[in-house]
Design a protein around this ligand. Structure first.
Ligand code: ZN
Length: 445
């Protein structure tokens, strides 16, 4: 133990003008510092006291900046960066069936890795430190994440109809077990069971995959109630609406994370709350595909845990959580017809603590002693962030994401003042150019 006046050792001491902690009291500390040891926050407190108490291996002076917990993107398909801007301005099913799936099903491991690297670079640049993914050949994205230092929950997607990866859904189970085992030693990587949607996966396969999630002790995630047309398909096929279908099959609960939930009734919202089911809101994607505006304030009022996600880069077209925070707040007010709905604190809660629960990783999304040191910094010298009355307001309404000047995961700085420390952005530019040529050829263009 240290003596009364002996300084406490830590790996890193970060000082900043303000720290938005997202702790239980939602404290925002001015002129503060964060001590980090072994990838975990040891203490958050006033700068002068912290500087006197700690003897850090390294110091990071972020004067003129505010610290926030790293944002958590609770729904994306990372390698879809390869198809960003490739097919825009189309409704969901036409977009998927005629443009996205035909190209996606031809993607090679090398191309997936380029897409995943592009995605990771964008997440790091815009202050996202963890994400919940759903795609194919997730071991590729997993390796990219392992190399660049982000955190992720990997979801190998499957359908009940044959896909290039799996002749049938059951063929996915072994891949999922392998994926879970492959990264078991990496504390920054986890897995989730990922049926695509209720209209592409049969009730039997949904139930079997849920059993696998229980067996492996991992989250179970699915696109659900994304649009009125999905509800119509579900009613035609099963005579039930999407939430009803899952509820009747005992597939709702704390392990379950539903992406979208745009077309849900008040009764269904009550069911989501009762069962403790997690919901991810994806405003930009919902608007771009004209799926509608999810009744998120009503869900929050009912006590539903709601996280925030960007969805894939081809239906957003960004992976920038700051833009989705802004959209969630603005559209949420219009949806609720109430300017006080979806206030800045509620939206920041969704993008941090709410999303963390959706990942099944509730320790994330805060800057607090004993929790992972996933921290970002926003430059308060940006003209759009001056002056500061309320840091949370600035993070949600004024910031664009480009003010992020530092991104740290588990105490490791991945990005600082324009420099990526774990990624080669120049070579990525060349690889992205080559990948674009392949996409056009694969689409027969
Ligand atoms: Zn999606």
């Amino acid at each position: 133990m240290s003596g009364l006046n002996a300084p406490i050792s830590c790996d890193l001491l970060v000082r900043a003008d303000a720290v938005v902690t997202q702790d239980a009291e939602r404290r925002v500390l001015d002129d503060a510092a964060v001590a980090v040891r072994d990838g975990v926050v040891v203490e958050v407190g006033g700068r002068s006291g912290m500087e006197a108490r700690y003897d850090p291996g390294q110091r990071l002076d972020l004067s003129g900046k505010m610290l926030l917990p790293g944002l958590v993107n609770a729904h994306t398909h990372l390698p879809m960066t390869l198809l960003r801007g490739f097919a825009d301005d189309l409704p969901l099913m036409e977009w998927l069936e005629k443009h996205i799936w035909p190209v996606e099903f031809q993607l090679t491991e090398e191309l997936l890795a380029v897409g995943a690297r592009l995605g990771c670079a964008e997440l790091i640049r815009t202050g996202c430190t963890a994400f919940l993914n759903g795609y194919l050949r997730e071991y590729v994205t997993g390796q990219v994440v392992a190399d660049c230092g982000l955190r992720a929950v990997l979801g190998e997607g499957f359908f009940s109809f044959p896909s290039p990866m799996f002749p049938s859904a059951e063929d996915c189970w072994k891949t999922v077990r392998d994926l879970d085992a492959r990264f078991a030693d990496n504390p920054r990587l986890r897995t989730a069971i990922t049926p695509h949607a209720a209209f592409t996966v049969s009730p039997d396969h949904l139930a079997a995959s849920f059993e696998l999630a229980v067996e492996l002790g991992v989250p179970w995630q699915i696109h659900l109630a994304e649009s009125p047309s999905e509800t119509a398909m579900c009613l035609e096929k099963y005579g039930k609406r999407p939430v009803e279908l899952l509820h009747d099959s005992d597939l709702l609960g704390g392990r379950t994370t539903l992406h979208h939930c745009v077309d849900v009734t008040p009764d269904e919202i009550a069911i989501l709350a009762e069962t403790g089911t997690n919901v991810v809101h994806n405003p930009a994607s919902n608007f771009k595909l004209c799926s509608g505006v999810a009744p998120v304030q009503a869900m929050l009022d009912a006590g539903v845990t709601v996280g925030l996600g960007t969805d894939g880069a081809s239906s957003n077209n960004q992976l920038n959580m700051f833009r989705d925070m802004g959209l969630a707040a603005l559209a949420g007010k219009v949806r609720a017809d109430d300017a006080s709905a979806m206030n800045a604190q509620a939206v920041l809660d969704m993008a941090t603590l709410g999303s963390a629960k959706c990942l099944g990783w509730p320790e994330l999304g805060r800057i607090e002693a004993g929790f992972p040191a996933d921290i970002i910094a926003l430059d308060l010298g940006s003209p759009n962030l001056m002056p500061v009355f309320n840091h949370v307001s600035h993070a949600v309404y004024a910031a664009t994401g480009m003010e992020v000047c530092m991104t740290m995961v588990a105490g490791q700085v991945l990005y600082l003042y324009g420099n990526f420390r774990t990624m080669d952005i120049q070579s990525l530019k060349t690889e992205a150019g080559e990948a674009a040529k392949w996409v056009l050829a694969a689409a027969g263009k």
